[in-house]
Write a protein that binds this ligand. Structure first.
Ligand code: UD1
Ligand code: CA
Length: 455
């Protein structure tokens, strides 16, 4: 049967007290709306429409690589009104539409599949994901009759008895498309909030002799985010879930509670992650690495056997058995070879560093290509910027750069060369030579006495 999906993401999220639209708040490094999109895709829902309104340009920008379509809700008149705004998307479609509130990011793909199967197998026209809560405050309540769903009553519209109902609407549904579209015409905003509630469709369907079922799901999957407190709680649940996957795969976390791994990160076996690390985006860490405390690694590839300590690595690649840090800063578009060493207070930007090359301390390398087996003395600076433009420096294999040297770009340093400490290199250093570019030392005999400066 044909299946499509709609995500409701037009609301402002007043209770977040934020200028950012609610669905763009991140959970484990990824926007809530993108979590929802990923879950839908993973459960074979490929035709996805997002209802946008508040901050619509930002929501579009954040979802632009996800191959979704958009409907626009000019004024946020409620979740039912949001679906009315997606009528064009539903037009001429027959089959099932899964509808997700954009602020429910923890639902698992298996559960979505189960919801769709429950819907199909029972021939319901609508199936609602629900949870049982000790404290259901704020959620719409599920009013059941003969096991089926009779209607959903929003918290603010509940009478005393309904307030005691512990089964809540998770904001995730399957609908028969045609029944939904017909029902939309009958929605009114005659309720406590003066809004068109999607949840009122349930009663409308039922009054037309259709059946609405429910599927109870663990609250750890259905928790909605309305405030920063909710956001922090959801973050914790997802963090535990992600960390458990890595632990089960053979990764050691010294303290999982204090280890922050993004949902798309991959980590190989026998890698050890110390506390207080943030590993984000599309980062891949291979096997047998040690990530000591206080690192931030984003969108990078760390090959096997690498050790990183107290360092930042962004959009870069680090080769096998290389060590990084403590206190190194690897900036985007850097590729570091195997068995290399990037030591303390070293910054590398948009550069290639060859295998076995050592940059042990207090050095800046920017816009450079460095060969294999080179050694950078303490305090080397690649002077890649003249105030206007950036220039490239190329260094061959087996170069030895003495301490406190400046390499003024653009400059070429050939294979098997030495640069004397304290040199400011502005010209080509030819193969096999020693370059000295500094004033010769001169001792002025008796100077101290003559100046009367003797102590
Ligand atoms: C909604 C449900 C409630 C359920 C809860 C689950 C309704 C009427 N109520 O309440 O039964 O228990 O979710 O979390 O549906 N949105 C729009 N346009 C609008 C209004 C909302 O796109 O005009 C979007 C929001 O961006 C959000 C989602 O719909 O992603 C839910 O809106 P929200 O205001 O958070 O609904 P709740 O009050 O939580
Ligand atoms: Ca909500």
């Amino acid at each position: 049967m044909y299946k499509c999906a709609i995500i409701l993401a037009a609301g402002k999220g007043k209770r977040m007290k934020s200028t950012l639209p609610k669905v763009l708040h991140k959970v484990c490094g990824k926007e809530m709306v993108n979590h929802v999109i990923d879950t839908m895709r993973a459960s074979d829902l490929s035709d996805i429409n997002i209802v946008i309104g508040n901050g619509s340009d930002d929501v579009k920008e954040s979802t632009k690589f996800t191959d979704v379509t958009y409907s626009f809700q000019d004024k946020q008149l409620g979740t039912g009104h949001a679906i009315m705004c997606a009528k064009e998307f539903l037009k001429h479609k027959k089959g099932i539409v899964a509808i997700f509130n954009g602020d429910v990011p923890l639902m698992r793909e298996d559960t979505v599949r189960r919801l769709i199967n429950t819907h199909q197998d029972n021939g319901y026209q609508c199936t609602v994901a629900t949870s049982i809560l000790e404290d259901p405050t704020g959620y719409g309540r599920i009013i059941r009759k003969d096991g089926l769903v009779d209607r959903i009553v929003e918290h603010k519209d509940c009478n005393k008895e309904q307030l005691n109902t512990k089964e809540i609407n998770a904001g995730i549904y399957c609908f028969d498309i045609e029944s939904l579209v017909k029902g939309l015409d009958k929605l009114t905003n005659n309720n406590a909030q003066g809004e068109y509630y999607l949840t009122d469709i349930v009663e409308i369907l039922k009054d037309n002799g259709k059946t609405v079922g429910a599927m109870v799901v663990d609250y750890e999957e259905t928790m909605g985010v309305n405030s920063r407190v909710d956001l922090a709680e959801v973050e914790k649940i997802l963090r535990n879930r992600i960390n458990k996957i890595h632990l089960d795969n053979g990764v050691t976390f010294i303290n999982p509670e204090n280890t922050y791994i993004g949902s798309d990160v991959q980590i190989g076996r026998d890698t050890i992650i110390y506390p207080n690390n943030t590993i984000e985006g599309t980062t891949v860490i291979k096997e047998n690495c040690i990530i000591h405390s206080n690192c931030r690694i984003k969108d990078s590839t760390i090959e096997s056997g690498v050790s990183v300590d107290n360092s930042v690595i962004l959009e870069s690649t680090v080769g096998e058995n290389t060590t990084v840090g403590p206190f190194a800063y690897i900036r985007p578009e850097t590729t570091i070879g195997k068995h290399a060493r990037i030591g303390d207070f070293v910054e590398i930007k948009k550069s290639i560093i060859g295998d076995n090359t050592k940059v042990s301390h207090l050095t800046y390398i920017g816009d450079a290509e460095v060969g294999e087996n080179c050694n950078f003395g303490c305090g080397t600076v690649v002077v890649n910027y003249d105030g206007k433009g950036k220039y490239k420096t190329r260094i061959g294999n087996n170069a030895f750069v003495g301490c406190n040297s400046n390499l003024v770009s653009p400059v070429e340093i050939d294979d098997n060369t030495y640069i004397a400490a304290g040199s400011t290199i502005t010209d080509h250093v030819t193969k096999g030579s020693l370059a000295i570019a500094r004033a010769r030392q001169k001792n002025i005999e008796g100077w101290v006495n003559k100046k009367g400066m003797k102590k």
